[in-house]
Ligand binder design. Structure first.
Ligand code: GDP
Ligand code: MN
Length: 379
């Protein structure tokens, strides 16, 4: 789950990371009032869950509260990368001397968190990373020891950060590490972390991604969720506790178990098809969950065939079959459906589905080929 800039920065501040004074506004009038409070010179920033707002015209400086209101009107009417701007952050404007990139994220390869830092931060950080990778400093963090002070100092040195800012940087690094750990984040990013003209170091922007699988222990963070960016099908799936990710292909997939779901997608691709989604109905899924999953898959107009790959263990194939049947009463399937059921109560499951006129398959390879063929015939 992504957090907005204003949400991320509020969390940063709780952990001692300096942020500009400011507040979020939903109307231009509110933006003007906040600007008045802050003394006029402010920056108006679109709060949308995508990067590159600055380049898209969603971050603008105002010299006084009147201009703040005008700019807020403009920005609140914008759509950035398809997302409507519903709120703006009004922050005291900073006079910037240097922009630094600083983030902590997961390094899957190293199986450890990693600090990523660069003295060439700001809106062109992707270009810095591709053209001058030597300007990107990385240091892995031992998850048991946590971020050590010497590591932050090493990073500061490697970035050629002026000595006078090392102390601030080390404190901010410790704060960001706390943020990353306490919130179960997969990304905590400050870009830019700036040095201002009056020699202060502040987090001007903030971005956080929280691990969805850890949200159950962060009800306060879960409440911050903004569903604007999610596909409707994904929101619906979340309600039923289904892991669902929409993809671009035309073969709907319903599988139990994440590993088996990924394997099924690979096998579909192996035989020349493209999956329309990743969907793990989970272990021990009952008929209600299965029915919800089917509704979600079948409401996608581009789905031309559906593949069910159920490996019964704790999940009982007869329960799954009942779910399929009850879903079929609600959503009349308009596409061919291929089903492979093996394991617990598979016989019973197959018998139940006899009336449903589904294409049956014995093996995954067989099922995938039949689904690819069915989808091909449909288009
Ligand atoms: P992003 O484009 O979505 O990453 O939004 P940012 O919050 O990072 O803002 C983009 C850029 O706008 C920053 O890299 C700065 O160069 C500039 N910017 C943001 N806030 C201020 C400010 O208070 N003063 C000045 N002078 N520039 C700012
Ligand atoms: Mn930024």
């Amino acid at each position: 789950m992504k957090l907005h800039e204003y949400q991320s920065k509020t969390i940063f501040a709780k952990h001692g990371i300096p942020i500009p004074k400011g507040r979020v506004a939903a109307t231009a009038q509110e933006a003007r009032h906040i600007a008045e409070e802050l003394g006029g010179r402010v920056v108006i920033k679109a709060q949308v869950l995508v990067g590159g707002r600055g380049k898209a015209g969603g971050v603008k400086l105002a010299k006084d509260s009147i201009e703040a209101e005008q700019l807020a009107t403009q920005i609140l009417a914008m759509e950035i990368k398809g997302l409507p701007v519903r709120k703006v952050l009004v922050d005291e404007a900073s006079v910037i001397e240097q922009e630094i990139y600083f983030a902590i994220t997961n390094d899957r390869g190293a199986r450890k968190p990693v600090i990523i830092a660069s003295s060439a931060g700001g809106v062109d950080i992707e270009e810095v990373a591709s053209k001058t990778p030597e300007k990107i400093i990385k240091a892995n963090i031992d998850p048991l020891l946590g971020l050590r002070e010497y590591q932050a100092r090493d990073v500061a040195a490697a970035m050629d950060l002026p000595r006078e800012f090392w102390k601030d940087f080390i404190r901010i690094a410790a704060g960001l590490w706390e943020v990353y750990q306490d919130t179960d984040a997969t990304l905590a990013e400050i870009n830019p972390l700036v040095i201002t003209k009056d020699k202060k170091m502040i987090a001007l922007d903030g971005k956080m991604i929280i691990d969805d699988n850890a949200l159950f222990r962060h009800p306060d963070l879960n409440e911050m969720r903004d569903t604007d960016e999610d596909a409707p099908a994904e929101i619906e799936a979340r309600k039923y506790g289904l892991s669902f990710i929409k993809l671009d292909g035309n073969i709907g997939c319903m599988v139990n178990g994440a590993g088996l779901a990924m394997t099924s997608m690979d096998v579909i691709k192996l035989f020349g098809g493209e999956p329309a989604n990743f969907l793990d109905v989970g272990g021990g899924a009952g008929s209600e969950k299965v029915a919800a999953a089917m509704r979600i898959i079948l409401t996608e107009p581009h789905v031309k065939a559906v593949l069910f790959n159920i490996f019964g263990g704790i999940t009982r194939c007869d329960e799954v079959a009942r779910g399929i049947l009850s879903a079929m009463e609600e959503v009349k399937p308009r596409v061919p459906m291929v089903v492979r059921l093996v394991g617990t109560n598979a016989e019973e499951g197959r018998r139940l589905l006899e009336s449903a006129k589904m294409i049956t398959a014995e093996t995954l390879a067989d099922a995938a080929q039949k689904a690819v063929k069915a989808a091909g015939n449909a288009t």
